[in-house]
Ligand binder design. Structure first.
Ligand code: ADP
Length: 455
């Protein structure tokens, strides 16, 4: 070795050459003592191979009689034993944490060998129960022998995935049968713990489990209740609707019958009564429909049955025809002859148009015109319903599409409604990729718009 350069000597060792050579040069040039932090060095063995040593270097400049720097002396203090005892202390501290964690099942596995290094008492309890093993036989066993997740092959695959991805792996619901015959559900986490020096090396895998039995059961109960509620609602609405249909049919028959049989004032009076029955039946039917829709939206199951080539102009014409002149308001259509088609749910579009038209009629004085317009505008169709009614304040416009929202107008008291129509209409339009909005000035009327993507 004697007579060789610093670079040559350093080359005999692995890792440490670069920092130490740099430090030695700095010491020489700056004429100051330098120390290095503890460094892992692989020292060559006498025969072959290397030993892992932890060295701390102190580099001191040497001087001649004139005080000029002539070289450097490198002192290396071997801290390998000290480092080993510190690592042992750290391990003991960690073990203390695991031993004292009484609630949570926690375990630390060695990544290369997959053997269990330490575990909390709850983890040991669970594993010893699942595998019928003694608690003190568990440390040192391999992951695939111990885990309670699926078959050994599946378990091995999960461990490998966590190692390779180097990111935590979460298994949301693992079912375990624990004494006394109790089905428990756990959320499992496999967390790779990286080497502090090399970010691409996983040293350990930390396993943590959280008991989610209560939450899962509560969620399942909620789902079951929701299903029951939906079933009840569809049954109830069916049961409510059939007598209504029959009342409606019979009233209309009766009305026609009386119209033919009776004359004069008596006839007017009876027809008036029957009209009122028919009106109330329609009102009840609408409430039932809105009630069903609102629960469906709540459960995210407002199904849309979209069909290709639905012509919105034809749909608007048809809805207007159905209103006829029963409305007490002149109804005007502003649309071209050309069809505007898209993939939409026709029945739901009719529902939206009916809602907008009914509102325009309900909230404007009798005799005032209501205009429906349809227009194609770059890739979408815009439909509007314009009335000359009382209008909607800025504040109310902000909430008009909210569930159960009704404006606080005195004259609303004799106008029936649940404040659901616009909310449902908005959901229907948004559900088909469209938008819905309103423009209005109090006292001057309102225009409700919706847009839909068209062909
Ligand atoms: P409702 O069944 O109560 O009419 P909607 O959701 O259809 O429920 O409407 C919500 C509220 O918005 C109504 O109560 C009314 O106050 C207001 N509104 C809706 N349309 C109009 C309109 N064309 N002109 C004025 N106010 C309206």
């Amino acid at each position: 070795m004697q007579g060789r350069t610093l670079e040559e000597v350093a080359g005999f060792f692995r890792e440490f050459e670069i920092p130490i050579v740099r430090l030695a040069h700095e010491t020489y040039q700056l004429d100051t003592v330098h120390t290095s932090s503890r460094t892992l060095v692989h020292l060559p063995r006498a025969q072959n191979g290397f030993t892992e040593n932890y060295l701390a270097f102190t580099i001191v400049p040497t001087h001649d009689a004139m005080g000029r720097v002539t070289g450097v002396v490198i002192y290396a203090a071997d801290q390998t034993l000290q480092r080993a005892s510190e690592a042992e202390d750290e391990l003991q501290r960690l073990k203390l944490i695991f031993d004292n964690e009484d609630m949570m099942p926690l375990a630390l596995y060695d990544a290369p060998s997959t053997r269990l290094l330490m575990a909390s008492p709850r983890y040991l309890d669970i594993i010893s129960h699942v595998h019928g093993l003694n608690r003190d036989e568990l440390i040192g066993r391999k992951w695939d022998e111990l885990t309670a997740i699926g078959s050994p092959e599946e378990a091995e695959k999960l461990f490998k995935t966590a190692l390779e991805s180097r990111t935590p792996l979460r298994l949301p619901e693992v079912h375990l049968e624990l004494p006394p015959d109790q089905e428990t559900i756990w959320s499992y986490n496999l967390i790779p713990v990286m080497n502090t020096r090399r970010e691409d090396v996983v040293d350990f895998v930390l396993i943590s489990k959280v008991d989610v039995t209560e939450q899962v059961k509560a969620r399942e109960e909620m789902e079951q209740l929701n299903r029951l509620k939906d079933e009840f609602l569809s049954l109830a609405s069916h049961e409510l609707r059939s007598p209504l249909t029959s009342i409606l049919g019979n009233s209309q028959l009766l009305e026609r019958h009386i119209w033919r049989q009776e004359t004069g004032e008596e006839r007017e009076a009876v027809v008036h009564l029957l009209d009122s029955i028919i009106h109330q039946v329609h009102r009840l039917s609408r409430f039932i429909d809105e009630m069903v829709d609102i629960t469906r939206i709540g459960a995210n199951v407002l199904e849309l049955h979209n069909q290709e080539n639905v012509d919105i102009v034809a749909v608007v014409r048809q809805v207007l025809e159905e209103y006829g002149d029963t409305a007490g308001h002149p109804l005007k259509l502003e649309a071209g002859e050309e069809a505007i088609t898209g993939t939409w749910d026709q029945a739901r579009l009719e529902q939206v148009l009916n809602n907008l038209l009914t509102n325009a009629i309900k909230y404007s004085p009798s005799g005032k015109p209501v205009v429906i317009g349809v227009e194609r505008q770059s890739g979408e169709v815009i439909v509007w319903v314009k009335d000359e009614g009382r209008g909607i304040s800025e504040e109310d416009q902000q909430h008009i599409f909210d569930r159960f929202y009704r404006t606080h107008n005195d004259d609303d008291e004799h106008v029936d409604g649940l404040g659901l129509g616009l909310f449902i209409a908005h959901e229907i339009i948004v559900g088909q990729g469209g938008r819905m909005w309103v423009e209005s000035k109090p006292g001057e009327g309102s225009t409700f718009y919706f847009s839909l993507p068209c062909q």
